[in-house]
Design a protein around this ligand. Structure first.
Ligand SMILES: [Fe+2]
Length: 151
């Protein structure tokens, strides 16, 4: 089974602070919309790199589902697309596989979000991470440890 999780979006990753809200309802990100020029191309790119199941159609959206239930709903836009940032928490094996696909396709990747350290990965929080771009320039990230988890 693939293990790709939108980083930091499950409540289990970040325990509630003591004295925080006391209620029965949890709050979880459920979906977000990703603007793109060609939703087939963009969704296939993401599922292909991360090893996720093919996207499914929901109305005008092509929906890519991460393993924690969060979906990225690709919607085609005709105007200018503002690049956004989407980070995925992945397992060690999934990192190896995704990194392998990135290299097989000769895609540029970076260790840092400013994209100054090209063809390098980072070791933040005792894990591994890298950044790469999707077909519309959205900055994608894969990490094996959540931010700040390294102590
Ligand atoms: Fe990030």
């Amino acid at each position: 089974m693939t293990r790709a999780i939108v980083a930091g979006l499950t409540t289990g990753l970040f325990p509630r602070p003591a004295g925080g809200k006391n209620h029965d309802m949890s709050v979880q990100l459920n979906h977000t919309i990703v603007s793109c020029r060609d939703q087939q191309k963009s969704a296939a790119f993401l599922t292909g790199i991360l090893g996720l199941p093919p996207a499914t159609r929901f109305g005008r959206f092509l929906v890519v589902q991460a393993d924690n239930g969060v979906s990225l709903d690709f919607a085609e836009a005709s105007g200018q697309i503002t690049a956004q940032h989407y980070a995925f928490l992945v397992g060690e094996r999934e990192f190896d596989e995704a990194f392998g696909r990135i290299r097989e396709q000769d895609l540029p990747y970076w260790a840092d979000p400013a994209r100054t350290q090209r063809q390098a990965i980072n070791r933040r929080d005792g894990g591994r991470g890298l950044y790469f771009e999707d077909p519309d320039g959205h900055l994608l990230e894969i990490i094996t440890r959540p931010y700040g988890s390294g102590g």
